[in-house]
Ligand binder design. Structure first.
Ligand SMILES: [Zn+2]
Ligand SMILES: [Zn+2]
Length: 142
Protein backbone atom coordinates (compact mmCIF):
# COMPACT_ATOMS: atom_id res chain seq x y z
CA UNK A 1 0.00 0.00 0.00
CA UNK A 2 1.26 3.44 -0.91
CA UNK A 3 0.91 6.15 1.69
CA UNK A 4 -0.92 9.27 0.54
CA UNK A 5 -0.85 12.50 2.50
CA UNK A 6 -3.25 15.43 2.09
CA UNK A 7 -1.97 18.96 2.07
CA UNK A 8 -3.32 22.44 1.45
CA UNK A 9 -2.39 26.09 1.44
CA UNK A 10 -3.23 28.43 4.34
CA UNK A 11 -6.78 29.17 3.11
CA UNK A 12 -7.54 25.75 1.64
CA UNK A 13 -8.17 26.92 -1.96
CA UNK A 14 -5.17 24.87 -3.13
CA UNK A 15 -5.37 21.18 -2.21
CA UNK A 16 -2.88 18.48 -3.10
CA UNK A 17 -1.62 15.04 -2.17
CA UNK A 18 1.81 13.45 -2.05
CA UNK A 19 2.17 9.68 -2.35
CA UNK A 20 4.87 7.25 -1.38
CA UNK A 21 7.89 8.17 0.68
CA UNK A 22 9.83 11.42 0.60
CA UNK A 23 13.30 11.33 -0.98
CA UNK A 24 14.57 13.36 1.96
CA UNK A 25 13.47 15.53 4.87
CA UNK A 26 15.32 18.19 6.81
CA UNK A 27 15.90 21.86 7.41
CA UNK A 28 17.33 24.46 5.04
CA UNK A 29 19.07 27.47 6.57
CA UNK A 30 19.88 29.31 3.33
CA UNK A 31 19.37 33.03 2.88
CA UNK A 32 16.83 32.49 0.06
CA UNK A 33 14.61 30.21 2.15
CA UNK A 34 14.80 32.57 5.13
CA UNK A 35 13.91 35.64 3.10
CA UNK A 36 11.13 34.01 1.16
CA UNK A 37 9.54 32.30 4.17
CA UNK A 38 10.25 35.19 6.58
CA UNK A 39 11.27 32.47 9.01
CA UNK A 40 14.63 31.38 10.45
CA UNK A 41 14.66 27.94 8.76
CA UNK A 42 12.66 26.05 6.12
CA UNK A 43 11.47 22.55 7.04
CA UNK A 44 11.49 20.67 3.72
CA UNK A 45 10.25 17.34 2.43
CA UNK A 46 11.57 16.36 -1.01
CA UNK A 47 9.56 14.21 -3.43
CA UNK A 48 9.75 12.91 -6.97
CA UNK A 49 7.66 15.37 -9.01
CA UNK A 50 5.13 12.67 -9.99
CA UNK A 51 4.44 11.96 -6.28
CA UNK A 52 2.72 15.37 -6.03
CA UNK A 53 -0.80 15.83 -7.38
CA UNK A 54 -2.73 19.09 -7.16
CA UNK A 55 -6.33 18.04 -6.57
CA UNK A 56 -8.01 21.45 -6.32
CA UNK A 57 -7.25 25.09 -7.06
CA UNK A 58 -4.31 24.69 -9.46
CA UNK A 59 -5.41 27.98 -11.03
CA UNK A 60 -4.64 29.76 -7.76
CA UNK A 61 -0.98 28.72 -7.75
CA UNK A 62 1.54 31.44 -8.61
CA UNK A 63 5.24 30.89 -9.20
CA UNK A 64 8.41 32.90 -8.83
CA UNK A 65 11.95 31.86 -9.71
CA UNK A 66 14.78 34.09 -8.49
CA UNK A 67 17.13 31.39 -9.71
CA UNK A 68 16.23 28.72 -12.29
CA UNK A 69 16.77 25.93 -9.76
CA UNK A 70 14.07 27.04 -7.33
CA UNK A 71 10.58 27.72 -8.69
CA UNK A 72 8.71 28.83 -5.59
CA UNK A 73 4.92 28.35 -5.51
CA UNK A 74 2.23 29.90 -3.39
CA UNK A 75 -1.52 30.42 -3.29
CA UNK A 76 -2.65 33.70 -4.89
CA UNK A 77 -5.68 33.88 -2.56
CA UNK A 78 -3.95 33.63 0.81
CA UNK A 79 -0.24 34.03 0.00
CA UNK A 80 0.51 30.72 1.71
CA UNK A 81 3.58 28.93 0.43
CA UNK A 82 3.03 25.38 -0.77
CA UNK A 83 5.99 23.99 -2.68
CA UNK A 84 9.17 24.70 -4.61
CA UNK A 85 10.22 22.89 -7.78
CA UNK A 86 13.93 22.10 -7.94
CA UNK A 87 14.38 21.10 -11.61
CA UNK A 88 18.16 20.72 -11.21
CA UNK A 89 17.65 18.13 -8.47
CA UNK A 90 14.62 16.61 -10.18
CA UNK A 91 12.69 16.96 -6.92
CA UNK A 92 9.94 19.09 -5.47
CA UNK A 93 10.06 20.48 -1.92
CA UNK A 94 6.61 20.29 -0.35
CA UNK A 95 6.89 22.34 2.82
CA UNK A 96 6.60 20.16 5.91
CA UNK A 97 4.24 22.75 7.41
CA UNK A 98 1.61 22.15 4.69
CA UNK A 99 1.59 18.35 5.17
CA UNK A 100 0.10 17.94 8.66
CA UNK A 101 -0.49 14.18 8.24
CA UNK A 102 3.11 13.39 7.35
CA UNK A 103 5.34 12.17 10.19
CA UNK A 104 8.13 14.71 9.68
CA UNK A 105 11.45 13.00 10.43
CA UNK A 106 14.25 15.42 9.54
CA UNK A 107 17.55 13.77 8.65
CA UNK A 108 19.84 16.66 7.84
CA UNK A 109 20.39 20.40 8.03
CA UNK A 110 21.58 22.01 4.77
CA UNK A 111 23.23 25.38 4.03
CA UNK A 112 24.20 25.57 7.70
CA UNK A 113 26.99 28.02 6.90
CA UNK A 114 24.20 30.60 6.39
CA UNK A 115 22.35 29.80 9.60
CA UNK A 116 20.84 32.44 11.88
CA UNK A 117 19.43 29.82 14.24
CA UNK A 118 21.77 27.13 15.55
CA UNK A 119 19.85 23.96 16.34
CA UNK A 120 21.38 21.42 18.73
CA UNK A 121 19.46 18.31 17.73
CA UNK A 122 22.40 16.00 16.94
CA UNK A 123 21.54 15.79 13.22
CA UNK A 124 24.27 16.28 10.59
CA UNK A 125 24.93 19.90 9.65
CA UNK A 126 26.01 20.31 6.01
CA UNK A 127 27.98 23.45 5.16
CA UNK A 128 26.00 23.61 1.89
CA UNK A 129 24.57 20.46 0.31
CA UNK A 130 25.38 16.75 0.31
CA UNK A 131 27.86 15.66 -2.38
CA UNK A 132 25.25 13.52 -4.14
CA UNK A 133 23.16 16.68 -4.60
CA UNK A 134 26.00 18.72 -6.06
CA UNK A 135 27.32 20.25 -2.83
CA UNK A 136 30.70 20.05 -1.09
CA UNK A 137 29.55 17.44 1.43
CA UNK A 138 31.44 19.37 4.11
CA UNK A 139 30.06 19.04 7.65
CA UNK A 140 29.98 21.85 10.20
CA UNK A 141 29.71 21.74 14.01
CA UNK A 142 26.30 22.56 15.47
ZN1 LIG B 1 -4.68 29.69 -0.13
ZN1 LIG C 1 17.10 27.01 1.32
Amino acid sequence: MTNTYQGSCFCGAVQFTVSGDPAGMGYCHCDSCRRWSAGPVNAFTLWQPDALRVTRGAEHIASYAKTPNSQRKWCKQCGGHVFTDHPGMGLVDVYAAVLPELDFKPGVHVHYQETRLHIHDGLPKMKDMPKEMGGSGTMLPE
